[in-house]
Design a protein around this ligand. Structure first.
Ligand code: UD1
Ligand code: CA
Length: 448
């Protein structure tokens, strides 16, 4: 990896009106992470030590969200949408600090790969003043066309300014540009706005640099690298491409998926070797699955840890703070929230377990519910190791069930149960011999 210093300027000022959304375009998620977060992550991975995000529309929301996914980034406000060169110049103070490489990126190209940026930076390291990440497409409408003369890139022509012959060029500007840091402000300040849109085009620095005798080159990236998101159809296409890349990688890393196209990952899902994932499983952000675990069909996991050799589902819901220790079992129609399920403990059917500690090898019978909320506060349920809670029991928190204690089925437990104790929390059964027959005869007679 190059030791050259690098600033990434990411343009994220656009309105994105075609998203039809109250959320700024660059905050729409792919795999649970705002697309801008994908761009900042790849910029960092490619060696950008500093990130300058140019905000405009929805500036506060974007800046606030960026604190999470791009800590340490700086925000610069573009007051008016005067074009991409003007947007880059909003980050003038950052550029003026002096970097070897300045990378201009767009906040709405979430599938950009590190290798595409590496290629751009390699050309800068070779001495180019301007490097354009190009790509080829059969449908170039809307993109800036790369105009080459004698093998050299001499200009970029925007769609609206292009002649009919130029519009037939299939080699397009993918939006990412590398500029030698010591030339950047000189080139950007020379850009004018005499074009069809009356905007200051970043792309004009190509012809300006050429006129100044500086080296200008294009790299060639994939269509995905350049894929810009303008509406929710494109958003879903990017999501689909992202998901397939991740599924493929996960399988190559040793995970079995029976129907991979029905499994949805988040950007940060961690999943170890020899995990089996059955069909229709959704991973929200913050999930870790350790080796040998099986995630059965139709389960939804978010912010959860699943230990080695655990079994989850089918139809399980693990919410944030669910922490399953080794060999724990969470079965069908069970919801776990902010609860530790100890090693080998079982919650096999129809339960809600929230704000709880379930000890090693404890067993919560079908329909066990932790009553953790009184409408104002949350309370903790603590079930000791080896305890056995009979089916259809309500554990009214705060409450503690001791080690190896036994709770009778159908109990409502409001008081702590000591270690090794047996607790009944229900009315005694009354049985009246013959009474059913009497009742039937009485009712039949009344009906006549
Ligand atoms: C731009 C390129 C075009 C390239 C295409 C790739 C220019 C002049 N054209 O065209 O050559 O093929 O991207 O997708 O650069 N933005 C601002 N402030 C502005 C203007 C734009 O922040 O004043 C941001 C937008 O939010 C967007 C990005 O810059 O993220 C690109 O702007 P956009 O108007 O979409 O440019 P394109 O016409 O797509
Ligand atoms: Ca665009």
């Amino acid at each position: 990896m190059t030791q050259r210093s690098c600033l990434s300027v990411i343009l994220a000022a656009g309105e994105g009106t075609r998203m039809k959304s109250a959320l700024p375009k660059v905050l729409h998620p792919i795999a649970g992470l705002p697309m801008l977060g994908h761009v900042t992550a790849v910029a960092r991975a490619a060696g950008a030590g500093d990130l300058a995000i140019v905000v405009g529309h929805g500036a506060e929301k974007v800046a606030e969200a960026a604190k999470d996914f791009a800590p340490g980034s700086e925000n610069f406000l573009q007051e008016k949408r005067l074009g991409t060169a003007n947007a880059v110049l909003a980050a003038r103070d950052a550029i003026a600090r002096g970097y070897d490489d300045v990378l201009v990126m767009f906040g709405d190209t979430p599938l950009l790969s590190q290798s595409a940026i590496d290629d751009v930076r390699a050309k800068l390291a070779d001495g180019a003043a301007v490097v354009v990440m190009g790509f080829r497409t059969d449908n170039p409408t809307g993109y800036g066309r790369l105009i080459e003369k004698g093998g050299a890139l001499v200009a970029i022509r925007e769609e609206k300014d292009a002649s009919p012959e130029e519009r037939r060029i299939a080699f397009c500007n993918g939006g990412i540009m590398g500029i030698a840091g010591d030339k950047a402000l000189g080139l950007l300040d020379a850009v004018g706005n005499t074009n069809a849109k009356g905007e200051f085009y970043l792309t004009d620095i190509v012809s300006i640099a050429t006129e100044r005798g500086l080296a200008v080159v294009a790299t060639e990236a994939s269509f995905e690298d350049a894929l810009g998101i303008n509406n929710r159809v494109e958003l879903s296409q990017a999501e689909a491409i992202w998901q397939w890349r991740r599924r493929r990688q996960v399988m190559l890393d040793g995970v079995t998926m029976i129907a991979p196209d029905t499994v949805t990952f988040a950007h940060d899902t961690k999943i170890a070797q020899d995990v089996i994932v059955e069909p229709n499983v959704f991973f929200g952000p913050g999930v870790t699955i350790e080796t040998g675990a099986t995630i059965r069909a139709n389960s939804h996991l978010e912010g959860a840890k699943v230990g080695a050799n655990c079994e989850v589902g089918p139809y399980a819901r693990l919410r944030p703070g669910a922490d399953l220790k080794e060999k724990a079992k969470v079965g069908n129609f069970v919801e776990i929230k902010k609860a530790e399920i100890g090693p080998g403990a079982k919650v096999p059917h129809l339960s809600y377990v929230g704000d709880a500690f379930i000890g090693a090898k404890a067993n919560l019978g079908a329909g066990t519910i932790t009553c953790n909320y009184d409408g104002y506060s949350k309370f903790v349920t603590d079930v000791g190791a080896g305890a056995f809670v009979g089916s259809n029991s309500s554990l009214v928190a705060p409450v503690k069930i001791g080690r190896d204690a036994y709770v009778a089925s159908g109990s409502t437990i409001t008081d702590d149960v000591p270690d090794d104790a047996l607790a009944f929390g229900r009315a005694r059964q009354t049985t009246i011999p013959g009474r059913a027959k009497e009742l039937r005869e009485k009712r039949a007679a009344a009906k006549k």
